[in-house]
Design a protein around this ligand. Structure first.
Ligand SMILES: Cc1cc2nc3c(=O)[nH]c(=O)nc-3n(C[C@H](O)[C@H](O)[C@H](O)COP(=O)(O)OP(=O)(O)OC[C@H]3O[C@@H](n4cnc5c(N)ncnc54)[C@H](O)[C@@H]3O)c2cc1C
Length: 380
């Protein structure tokens, strides 16, 4: 769908990711989904291709691109495997982006080059059993002790945790100040106070690995705190808009995949003496899928272009994330419907899309939180 008006660099990146995804991801996507993991080497491959560092400056090992290039990358990856895309995004757009935006020069130089080469993988550890949509309820505590902090508590549903080399962790340094008392830390996997759990069983995103992390008297040097004590998480909420643009792009990629699958099935499936694609209901459903996917992509590109132009884009990123993820859930459900019993079988791709899509409305700020963010701009 709409590839008009892309610059040469944008079109080239899109074409190379698409070709890689066709050859190296789509043929394995079903089996990775079933086995619950994808090869770790994909991180180093993506690093070599410069894709992990797409939205990072060259000074820290990135390729100096921006949000539009990142959106194109995410959409193409998610078209092949939303699970792989989720793992890459948590590493790059959350863990590494937090180091870039909150960290100091020493931390950026120490952590980012190896991470953007894919040699070390990160996870982003915010959510807890009691902290989901309400970001003020983080209970993991970081107590100052001399030059160190001592972390205790636990995190839940953390993508990449089973194999991550480092975790970027949100913890409260001053519980009495709520959101204004939360800090962000980098914790290395070999820290004896941190235990990464086993992968949890999930409805979808099968290829991505998600687990609990437990902190027991986990000693972290103050040099591994990202940003100002008590201000780190607030800043993260303000600056990590790339996550919402990435989530919207995933939704677009997955919507495209579901549209392509439904188009192909209804073109070939003959009932009542003709291809299903000749039926008006089928044609109109596909027309609506294509239209919503295109609208989602234009909202996403708009937010990304504003971000690259250095303009305010928080509301636009929320609108793109909200619309694209809800449109994606609708498209994936319609694709399954149009594919009949064949789509319902575990060997079909559309059942995977149907299971994968829902989490996009939940993670990176649920649809309700996006609506709240957008509505905050209304004056009463
Ligand atoms: C596959 C997967 C991977 C994940 N990976 C990560 C990760 O890598 N790192 C990480 O930190 N987290 C991760 N998460 C967790 C994610 O951050 C949370 O799911 C998300 O923050 C929402 O929290 P919750 O699921 O606890 O929902 P809840 O907070 O329990 O919300 C439940 C429902 O209530 C609604 N709701 C809540 N408050 C309001 C309100 N005020 N008004 C209206 N409606 C409201 C919500 O929108 C939602 O629909 C992952 C989750 C999944 C499923």
């Amino acid at each position: 769908m709409s590839e008009q008006l892309l610059s040469d660099v944008e079109a080239q990146l899109q074409a190379s990711v698409r070709s890689f995804v066709e050859k190296e991801i789509i043929p394995h996507a079903q089996s990775w989904d079933r086995s619950g993991r994808y090869p770790r080497e994909l991180f180093t491959k993506f690093g070599e291709l410069g894709w992990l560092g797409t939205a990072f400056p060259e000074s820290v090992g990135g390729s100096g691109g921006g949000s539009v290039l990142y959106a194109l990358l995410c959409a193409e990856l998610a078209r092949g495997s939303a699970g792989v895309a989720l793992g890459m995004y948590v590493h790059a757009a959350l863990a590494c982006a937090a180091v870039l935006h909150l960290g100091n020069d020493e931390q950026r130089e120490r952590i980012l080059p190896a991470a953007l080469r894919g040699e070390r993988v990160g996870c982003w550890a915010y959510a807890e059993a009691g902290a989901g949509a309400d970001v003020t309820s983080v209970a993991t505590r970081a107590r100052r002790d001399g030059d160190d902090y001592v972390l205790s508590g636990s995190k839940l549903y953390i993508t990449n945790a089973p194999f991550a080399d480092f975790a970027v962790v949100v913890a409260s340094t001053a519980p009495e100040h709520g959101l204004k008392g939360m800090s962000v830390f980098v914790v290395e996997r070999d820290n004896p106070g941190m235990t990464m759990g086993k992968p949890m069983e999930k409805l979808g995103m099968g290829a991505a690995e998600t687990a609990e992390i437990v902190f027991e008297d986990c000693r972290v040097p103050s040099s591994d705190r990202l940003g100002v004590e008590g201000r780190g998480f607030i800043k993260a909420l303000q600056v990590l808009t790339l996550g919402r643009i990435a989530a919207a792009s995933f939704a677009v990629g997955l919507s495209r995949a579901s549209f392509e699958a439904a188009l192909s099935y209804t073109r070939e499936r003959v009932q009542f003496g003709e291809p299903l694609l000749k039926k008006q209901f089928v044609r109109f459903t596909l027309a609506d899928m294509k239209t919503r996917t295109e609208a989602a992509w234009q909202l996403t590109l708009h937010a990304a272009r504003l971000a690259d132009a250095g303009q305010a884009h928080g509301t636009e990123a929320s609108m793109a994330k909200l619309f694209a993820t809800e449109a994606c859930t609708w498209s994936c459900e319609r694709a399954l419907h149009l594919s009949g019993a064949q789509g319902y079988m575990l060997e079909s791709t559309v059942q995977r899309f149907y299971r994968d899509c829902k989490v996009l409305e939940i993670g990176e700020g649920t649809s309700e939180i996006q609506r709240e963010t957008i509505a905050r701009t209304f004056e009463i």
